[in-house]
Design a protein around this ligand. Sequence first.
Ligand code: THU
Length: 132
Amino acid sequence: MKEKLIEAARRARENAYAPYSKFPVGAAILTESGRIFAGANVENGAFPLTRCAEQIAVGAMVTAGERRIAEVVVYTGASPPATPCGACRQVLAEFAGPETPVTCVNDRGEKRRYTLGELLPEAFSLSSATKT
Ligand code: THU
């Protein structure tokens, strides 16, 4: 399954729209129900409107009616493999627990494996934030 997830992220990256940064990213999510959703970064000439690959993948997952992330792969050309940005960590945390594996890979075959909790300790949670 891991190889299938990596392949989905690799293929998504091929479709990245990254003419400004020239930093294409692919992300793939495995849901608890066993489905795979992929995303690529989509940049915009109005730079702050750029969307990260992970957020596009989460959008595809939610659009398909899925809610729970079992595993994530992020595929870049960086060495060491780039980790998800802070905003993406929080977006993933909405649908994944701290033990969820996040594997960062690159086109040289290098891999770095984290848990979401390692990448985003003490994630913001609205329910805990609104407790009095
Ligand atoms: N990017 C992602 O797609 N995911 C991340 O977690 C970090 C950054 C994209 C955004 C932008 O298109 C490019 O990488 C350079 O920042």
